[in-house]
Design a protein around this ligand. Structure first.
Ligand code: 6PG
Length: 239
């Protein structure tokens, strides 16, 4: 089902998302989870590491990323570094199950390698890798993962991964593409802060012109799709 879950503040968003994830992950059943990057997820990851270290069977989890900056893993921009600091330092996931995007590699080569790794480890459906859960953030320009408004072709391309570029900094990124994201069993958007409120209302209420935002084109075929918002990000919604 497509639903919107509004919490009072970012801490409560993290608590609600963590509880939802804990419901989904079962012992001895592989769970392919793709994480979002940026700054929003850190609070969730720290909460999971502190409160769900033992109650989530982390040995079942295969950890992937929805996107990564093309930087080394210790770089301050690295999504892997943020995840290592906030989550991986607190929970035990078998190293072979952590499928890091190698940001230090040549981008085109890494996009191909990451796709091959998905082919090797993941179940397939409709010719696409089938994630159990993909977590996404929302940029103020309406981007998600690293699919930016100037690269809308990454929504419908047949490729599973792509080399993207941040529109302002030009920083190269490796990103999952729209078709892979929409093939997931479940998709969570995790969006907090007043800065996102305008994009949230345009996308969730399908305002005219919202089709220019990549996030507007994310809707998993499974229909299992939840927007987790804090009140600040939801402030313009009319319901
Ligand atoms: C990234 C993300 C990106 C992020 C949004 C929101 O690598 O930056 O995956 O899609 O989710 O830009 O970022 P914030 O959480 O920092 O607002």
């Amino acid at each position: 089902m497509n639903s919107v879950h509004i919490s009072h503040d970012p801490d409560l968003v993290a608590q609600n998302v963590a509880a939802a994830m804990a419901e989904m992950i079962q012992r001895d059943v592989p769970f392919h989870l793709a994480l979002s990057g940026g700054s929003t997820p850190r609070r969730l990851f720290e909460y999971l590491a502190k409160h769900y270290r033992d109650s989530i069977p982390w040995g079942s989890v295969h950890l992937w990323w929805g996107d990564e900056r093309c930087v080394p893993p210790r770089h301050e921009d690295s999504n892997y570094r943020m995840t290592k600091e906030s989550l991986l330092s607190g929970v035990i996931i078998p190293p072979d199950n952590v499928h890091r995007i190698l940001g230090e590699n040549p981008p085109a080569q890494e996009a191909e390698r990451y796709a091959m790794e998905m082919r090797k480890y993941m179940p397939m459906e409709a010719g696409l890798p089938k994630f159990d859960l993909i977590m996404l953030g929302l940029g103020e320009d309406g981007h998600t993962a690293s699919i930016f408004p100037h690269q809308m072709e990454l929504i419908d391309t047949d490729a599973w991964t792509a080399v993207a570029a941040h529109p302002d900094s030009g920083q190269q990124r490796i990103s999952l593409t729209g078709r892979v994201i929409n093939q997931a069993e479940a998709v969570f958007f995790l969006v907090t802060g007043a800065g996102k409120a305008e994009r949230v209302v345009e996308i969730l209420e399908d305002h005219e012109g919202s089709e220019r935002y990549p996030a507007r084109h994310i809707h998993p075929a499974s229909n299992n799709f939840t927007w987790y918002l804090d009140r600040a990000a939801a402030t313009k919604l009319r319901f």
